[in-house]
Design a protein around this ligand. Structure first.
Ligand code: PGA
Length: 250
C-alpha cells in the first residue's frame, strides 16, 4: 500500500509572518493525518518554517533549486543551501517554471540529479496544456516529461522521487480533471515507469495529482487506485482547506 502524500505549494504567496502564521495553524489540524504532509513556502520563509516543524508530522519542501552547488549565479539557490535549512523535498519542473522561466526537460533532469546528489527528494511535475489534451497528445507529452526528467536516474534514486501529474489546464483555474481523467494518466505513468524500470518500482512510486484539488473533490480523486496524493496550490494557502484535503476520509 502506498502511503498518501499531500504537499502544499505556496507559490509566490505569503510574507514571512504570514507563512509562520499559516504553518502554525496547519500543524495542529493535520497532526493525526494518515498521509505524509509537506509544506513548500517561498525561499525566504524556509528556515523560519523549518524551526516550527521538529516533533510534528509536517515535512519541509522547496519550490525549485539550481543544479550547481555554488558559484556566480545571481538569484539562484542550490541543493546544499536547501539541505542546510532542513528542506527534505523539492518541487522540480512545475508548469509555471516551464512556461515562464524557460524550464525544459534538460534543466528538469539536471535539477533532479542535483537534488538527489544533495539528499533531497524531488517532486517532479509533469502534465499537458489544454491544446495538447484537445489534440490527443496527453500521453505523448507526459511520456516526454517523464522520460526527460528521469534520464540517467537509477532505480534506487527513482525510489526517492515523487511524481506530480498536473494537467496545466486545471492549475489555478478551478477546472479539475475528473477522477477518471486523472486516473487514466496516473495509470499511464505507472505503466511507463514499469517499462522504463520494472513493475516493482513502478508500484512503489507515489504519483500525486495537482490542479484545483480542494476538500470538496479530494476524496473522489484520492480514492482512485493510482492517485497517491496531491500537490495543492490555491487550497494550500488556508489552513482549513489544506487540512480538509490532508484529512480526507477514503
Ligand atoms: P492549484 O495549483 O491547486 O492552485 O490548481 C496546483 C499547483 O500548481 O501545484
Amino acid at each position: 500500500m502506498r502511503k498518501k502524500i499531500i504537499a502544499g505549494n505556496w507559490k509566490m504567496y505569503k510574507t514571512f509572518s504570514e507563512a509562520v502564521d499559516l504553518v502554525k495553524k496547519i500543524i495542529p489540524l493535520v497532526k493525526d493525518s494518515a498521509a505524509d504532509v509537506i509544506v513548500c513556502p517561498n525561499y525566504v520563509c524556509l528556515s523560519e518554517v523549518a524551526k516550527l516543524l521538529p516533533g510534528t508530522n509536517v515535512a519541509l519542501g522547496a519550490q525549485d533549486l539550481y543544479w550547481e552547488k555554488e558559484g556566480a549565479f545571481t538569484g539562484k539557490v542550490s541543493g546544499p543551501m536547501l539541505k542546510s535549512v532542513g528542506v527534505e523535498f523539492v518541487i522540480i519542473g512545475h508548469s509555471e517554471q516551464r512556461s515562464y522561466f524557460h524550464e525544459t526537460n534538460e534543466t528538469v533532469n539536471k535539477k533532479v540529479k542535483a537534488a538527489l546528489e544533495n539528499g533531497l527528494k524531488p517532486i517532479v511535475c509533469v502534465g499537458e496544456v489544454l491544446a495538447e489534451r484537445e489534440s490527443g497528445k496527453t500521453e505523448q507529452v507526459v511520456r516526454n516529461h517523464v522520460e526527460g526528467a528521469f534520464a540517467g536516474i537509477s532505480e534506487q534514486d527513482l525510489r526517492k522521487c515523487v511524481i506530480a501529474y498536473e494537467p496545466v489546464w486545471a492549475i489555478g483555474t478551478g477546472k479539475t480533471a475528473s477522477p477518471e481523467q486523472a486516473q487514466e494518466v496516473h495509470a499511464f505513468i505507472r505503466g511507463l515507469l514499469s517499462r522504463m524500470y520494472n513493475k516493482a518500482v513502478a508500484q512503489e512510486i507515489r504519483i500525486q495529482y495537482g490542479g484545483s484539488m480542494k476538500p470538496e473533490n479530494a476524496k473522489d480523486l484520492l480514492s482512485q487506485p493510482d492517485i497517491d496524493g496531491g500537490l495543492i496550490g490555491g487550497a494550500a494557502l488556508k489552513a482549513d482547506s489544506f487540512a480538509g484535503i490532508v484529512n480526507f476520509k477514503g
